[in-house]
Write a protein that binds this ligand. Structure first.
Ligand SMILES: O=P(O)(O)OC[C@H]1O[C@](O)(CO)[C@@H](O)[C@@H]1O
Length: 244
């Protein structure tokens, strides 16, 4: 892993955006893995800024989002499809048919998971996957558990996750109880991964991700097994590269 520490979130957002833009410039038909939540909003704003300056085009880019709530209408402002339209897709020249978000309202959610993985694998693999991290170490919506799933699947959200995400809704009762998420296999299949972690309150879980044992109880710790992970953070953490 490579750890980049930033003094402030504005610099972090710019660097993260530049990394994604460099991927698209060197491969105009790149496949990008996208994330939602509070973490990527600023970096999406930086990408839009650069697009509006005419410095990058997304005409040939394909995107796959990590996850979506189950049972939330797509038109709901907090569906991850709405989030992506509002924060990124509506402001750049990406072809709508090239943007993929799992369908959380599919009648057959297991079938939707299979269809989604198939669509990813048909593209070969994701060139650069963006990740945030949940306070409990989840990536996508892969929650801590004794076992983790490889493929895109339905999950029951932990109460701590619903509690954290209630800031986007009027009350906890409105936060969906389930989601569909890319599995750990789909995430780790990406050629490169950018993990963005903002806020000192996430320093402890980031330390466990970087330096702790590899365990399904901290899904992000599985990133230690991936050969190309870049971590960008404003947290005060260190990455221990040896036993001492
Ligand atoms: O960025 P936030 O809002 O802290 O959320 C953490 C993570 O949890 C999720 O909301 C669940 O996928 C991610 O989108 C995000 O990276």
């Amino acid at each position: 892993m490579i750890l980049h520490k930033f003094k402030n979130q504005a610099d972090l957002d710019r660097a993260a955006a530049d990394l994604f833009i460099s991927v698209v410039r060197s491969k105009p038909n790149a496949v990008l893995g996208m994330a939602t939540g509070g973490t990527p909003v600023g970096l999406y704003q930086e990408i839009v800024k650069t697009y509006k300056q005419g410095l990058v085009s997304f005409k040939e880019v394909t995107t796959f989002n990590l996850d979506e709530y189950v049972g939330l209408p797509v038109s709901h402002p907090e569906s991850y499809r709405s989030f992506m339209q509002r924060n990124l897709f509506d402001h750049i020249d990406i072809a709508p048919e090239n943007t993929h978000v799992p369908n959380g309202n599919a009648d057959d959610i297991d079938g939707e998971g299979r269809r989604y993985d198939e669509a990813i694998y048909q593209q070969g693999s994701v060139d650069m996957q963006l990740l945030g991290i949940g306070g409990n170490g989840h990536i996508g919506f892969n929650e801590p558990d004794d076992e983790l799933s490889r493929f895109t699947h339905k999950v029951t959200l932990k109460e701590s996750t619903r509690e954290a995400n209630k800031r986007f809704f009027n009350s906890i009762d409105e936060v969906p109880t389930h989601a569909i998420t890319m599995g750990m296999g789909s995430i780790l299949h990406a050629k490169a991964i950018l993990l963005v972690v903002k806020g000192q309150e996430k320093a402890e879980i980031l330390d466990r991700t970087l330096n702790g044992p590899i365990t399904t109880q901290v899904p992000a710790s599985l990133l230690q097994t991936h050969p190309r992970v870049i971590v960008m953070t404003d947290c005060d953490v260190t990455y221990k590269v040896s036993h001492s």
